[in-house]
Design a protein around this ligand. Sequence first.
Ligand SMILES: [Zn+2]
Ligand SMILES: [Zn+2]
Length: 250
Amino acid sequence: MKLTIIGCSGSFPGPDSPSSCYLLEAEGFRMLLDFGNGALGALQRHIGLYDVDAICLSHLHADHCLDMCPYHVVRTYSPVGPLPKVPVYGPSDARRRLNSAYAMPDEPSLDTAFDFVELTPGTFEVGPFEVTAALMNHPVETYGFRVSHGGRSVAYSGDTGESAELVKLASGADVFLCEASHLDRPDLPSGLHLSGRQAAEHAARADVETLVLTHLVPWNDSDRVLEEARGGGFGGRMELARSGAGYDLG
Ligand SMILES: [Zn+2]
Ligand SMILES: [Zn+2]
């Protein structure tokens, strides 16, 4: 399994990264975790335009799903089409909300390009991957994911505040993509996002191999997020996410 970070910018794209999008590849199958704004451009540096086989959406905030709209255009109007529908695993309202975002009344809906599947917490198979979805602690229906293949696992927090479910989901993962949206301060809002320190505390409790701090918001100093994470009691490898970074998981 190979992981490539396509977009790791939190809440909106930054100068060096699109919003959230992670590519997982195994046995020639290619799956995206989230498809935030700007990701479709950077994705084409790593795979062909038509090569997405499945998509999992953590939640329906714009920075995690909006490039579904331009990707509908790619698959519906491409000169090489028609292309097979891509299964999209997302929150219960994903089909209606994304169709409403696209909102071109005289054109085909996103159903020409995608097969929407409603997520519920649990484990299911997508191509060669075993995927576990768990509800996170965020103001809208939000899932974290654990993707396993060949005995290796990648866990992804989506957006979340502090969460025992996240610790369970990430337990023993080889790579833990954990959001670190906040700079640390005493009055952090609950049920929204994590700071670097809190991300590291979750990584320590989950006993993961490598912590990758992601969903880095451009108005913060990322080096400070990393510095604060060093105070979270995690003894494993820890680094900042970077668009284009790859992780080979055997
Ligand atoms: Zn977000
Ligand atoms: Zn969000």
